[in-house]
Ligand binder design. Structure first.
Ligand SMILES: Nc1ncnc2c1ncn2[C@@H]1O[C@H](COP(=O)(O)OP(=O)(O)OP(=O)(O)O)[C@@H](O)[C@H]1O
Length: 250
């Protein structure tokens, strides 16, 4: 099976040229198989956001390589990287990052509008994802007229509308109550299975992580453990995650 993500000997040092450099990521190696749903967990300060930012092409590493869909992203120039991101990647952040002055439909359409897709292509794609994420009745509204759960679904629809190969999530349920978090995770699960889009998300929440099929635990900038769901039910996997966290975070 093809790797959608292949990370080799990745290091990130903040303030590298100062008297107090900080090694946030230490020689990380990681492969994500196409179609996988992967979660990254770890204590506060362990390097989760730094890792996600390097993988998502938002922060340059100090050394090592990140291949996404077989492309070494840090060898691309700024224009190529922007194009690559626009075609292959989708992003869902905790803060939604919706544009308040645009309607829900226009927010969802953003990746396609930026790529200058045809009007009919955009309308069809927006309708398709709005149906998948139960947003058909919200398309004409503006973000300030939506609930938190609806806003997060709009962010998910926007991440999905251009059929990316890979979606990055940074605490995608962080701002949601438990009912909305469950609903969001069910949607991500559906996107992963039905659209065959790989997902890599950072979360501190064991419940959200239990929807993934693999979890990597970061500690002090290194992957120290990996749990695989295999054929366990989500509930059993959830308990296994909690058991592991009980020993891990002491
Ligand atoms: N711009 C920066 N300059 C210097 N150090 C930084 C910078 N950004 C992060 N760090 C440090 O790198 C380490 C990892 O930070 P990171 O935000 O990746 O952790 P995290 O696991 O996502 O934490 P949290 O769960 O609290 O968000 C922390 O010790 C942090 O203080």
């Amino acid at each position: 099976m093809k790797n959608i993500v292949n990370v080799k000997n990745l290091n990130l040092t903040y303030n590298a040229n100062s008297i107090k450099p900080y090694h946030a990521l230490k020689d990380i190696n990681l492969q994500v198989t196409e179609g996988d749903f992967v979660a990254i967990m770890g204590p506060s300060g362990s390097g989760k956001s730094s890792f996600l930012n390097v993988l998502a092409s938002l922060q340059a590493p100090s050394s090592g390589s990140v291949l996404i869909d077989e492309q070494n992203i840090w060898q691309l120039n700024a224009n190529q990287l922007a194009k690559f991101r626009g075609q292959k990647l989708g992003f869902i952040f905790q803060e939604y990052n919706l544009i308040e002055s645009l309607s829900v439909a226009d927010n969802i359409a953003l990746p396609l509008s930026l790529a200058k897709a045809k009007h009919t292509t955009i309308t069809d794609a927006v309708n398709q994802v709005a149906t998948l994420l139960h947003l058909k009745d919200q398309l004409k509204k503006f973000p300030n007229e939506l609930s938190g759960g609806q806003k997060q679904r709009v962010a998910a629809a926007r991440a999905l509308v251009h059929q990316p190969k890979l979606i990055f999530g940074d605490e995608p349920t962080g701002a949601l109550d438990s009912a909305n978090a469950r609903e969001m995770m069910n949607y991500l699960n559906k996107i992963n299975i039905e659209q065959h889009i790989s997902i890599l998300m950072v979360t501190h929440d064991a419940f959200s992580a239990s929807f993934a099929n693999k979890i990597h635990f970061l500690s002090d900038g290194q992957i120290v453990q990996t749990l695989e769901r295999s054929n366990q039910s989500r509930e059993t996997f959830y308990r296994a995650i909690l058991d592991f966290l009980g020993t891990f975070e002491e």
